[in-house]
Design a binder for this molecule. Structure first.
Ligand SMILES: Nc1ncnc2c1ncn2[C@@H]1O[C@H](COP(=O)(O)OP(=O)(O)O)[C@@H](O)[C@H]1O
Ligand SMILES: [Mg+2]
Length: 444
């Protein structure tokens, strides 16, 4: 295949049909050239496999002179074209060029189609402030490229929502959208999570495990809370972004990476760079196309529209007609500081809808926290788990005991009340209390 090397195509070779299928499955291949007569598995079987898993990849068949029937059969099964042996370099080259052009066209058509569908996919991002309009314009432009996007903004501003929409508007929309929350996974495990590992890479690695970079192939990898990634994982990530390939932990085989990266953080990465807690080179690599989502209090004009949207959403979910809201409520919502941003607004309205029981929503139904701490409903369970179990090494039994103790305290030692707080039946809580040590038993 040396004759194709000056076309600047990266080539993978396989000695037989079985190997061809293996290579095809593990690498990102855009074009296949195969002889029909191969050891182990025939060219026809290779063709069948490719048409099954990735029908858009063009396959060029090479056949011996005099076996045109086979070639015709291959075309019928979806081969792009065939070349009979002996052939000239030019003949094969022309065939490859034609195939590449057509698959280029196919992906353009895919993109155009996604652009049309895209008209709808930014629809669930609500807002009419000039800020949100500008964000949607930027996201619309970058969505159909493979450019890395960095979305910054406080918690609850819609970073994940925007990155999903960006993915859905891209040519990769049929591929996976895979979020990885770098803050929720302890850094020691994050590397394995991202890059996978080979069997035997460390004790407990019983079998090969693919990482998110491999699983997201053909799609988008959403690196959420990237500011929480530790420096050594950052270094590894940078290498992958630069070489578009990586090795699984404990492995030497290079795996190609065909993912689009969207990263998000609520941290100020620039000051982290100054403090040397975030790599400068990685920062420049991921901030090619930054999008900042301002906090809700900086775009209060979105509050009325968002409120109506959430009220309709919950009304539908509760099977009710959307209730009206008093002017006082609208004013309260408009002037609140919204430290938890849109997530907080949504939670406040959900609570109000429940309290108002289908009647008009008045200020009695709206409970706003002005504290600087996050309202409890906003705490991310993953983060609590990370904090307790991984950072503080608190055992599960201890966690359970403390929850029960706390609920009993709050409930004034009333088991039924405590059970309700914990979301358990009275009998279950009784049973668990029995199992706990004397300290807790004393509560009964
Ligand atoms: N512009 C918006 N329109 C509608 N819903 C939104 C908007 N922005 C955020 N949300 C909703 O608010 C919640 C928090 O959004 P999310 O994307 O998880 O925020 P972040 O990742 O920045 O913490 C989600 O329920 C999301 O659907
Ligand atoms: Mg988030």
């Amino acid at each position: 295949m040396m004759l194709l090397s000056d076309m600047q195509l990266k080539m993978f070779e396989a000695r037989d049909g079985a190997e061809a299928i293996e290579v095809f499955d593990s690498e990102t291949i855009h074009l296949v050239i195969t002889d029909l007569k191969l050891p182990k598995k025939s060219g026809m079987e290779v063709l069948n496999h490719i048409k099954e898993v990735k029908p858009e990849v063009p396959v060029i068949i090479i056949t011996a002179f005099g076996s045109i029937d086979n070639a015709v059969e291959a075309i019928r099964l979806g081969a792009f074209d065939y070349v009979t042996k002996p052939f000239t370099e030019d003949k094969l080259r022309a065939c490859v060029e034609k195939a590449m052009q057509i698959s280029q066209l196919t992906s353009e058509v895919k993109y155009l189609r996604s652009e049309i569908e895209g008209k709808y996919t930014f629809n669930n991002i609500i807002g009419n402030s000039s800020e949100i309009c500008e964000i949607l314009r930027l996201a619309g432009e970058v969505s159909h490229t493979d450019t890395t996007v960095l979305i910054t903004g406080e918690s609850g501003t819609g970073k994940e929502l925007l990155s999903r929409a960006t993915h859905l508007n891209s040519a990769r929309s049929k591929g996976p959208f895979l979020p990885v929350n770098c803050a929720a996974i302890p850094n020691a495990l994050l590397e394995a999570e991202l890059f996978g590992y080979e069997r035997g890479a460390f004790t407990g690695a019983q079998q090969l495990k693919k990482g998110k970079f491999e699983i997201a192939s053909g799609g988008t990898l959403f690196l959420d809370e990237i500011g929480d990634m530790e420096l050594d994982v950052q270094a590894k990530l940078l290498r992958v972004l630069e070489s578009k390939s990586f090795e699984r932990l404990g492995g030497s085989k290079t795996v190609q990476s065909d993912v689009r990266i969207i990263a998000a953080t609520n941290k100020d990465l620039e000051s982290m760079v100054r403090e040397k807690t975030f790599r400068e080179d990685l920062f420049y690599r991921i901030s090619v196309f930054p999008i900042r989502i301002p906090p809700l209090r900086e775009r209060r004009n979105d509050i009325p529209l968002l409120s109506q949207y959430f009220i309709k959403e919950f009304a539908t979910a509760f099977g009710r007609r959307p209730p009206v809201m008093s002017d006082k409520v609208m004013e309260m919502l408009y002037n609140h500081s919204w430290k938890g941003n849109i997530r907080e607004l949504r939670n406040v309205l959900e609570r109000a809808m429940i309290l108002a029981k289908g009647e008009k929503i008045t200020s009695r139904h709206v409970i706003l926290h002005e504290s600087h701490e996050k309202p409890l409903g906003e705490l991310d369970l993953d983060q609590i788990v990370k904090l307790l179990v991984f950072d503080h090494r608190v055992g599960l039994e201890q966690v359970e005991r403390r929850c029960i103790q706390y609920a009993m305290e709050v409930a004034g030692n009333n088991v039924s009340k405590a059970a309700r707080l914990l979301g358990l039946s009275r009998a279950t809580l009784r049973y668990r209390l029995d199992k706990l040590d004397d300290q807790v038993t004393g509560y009964r």
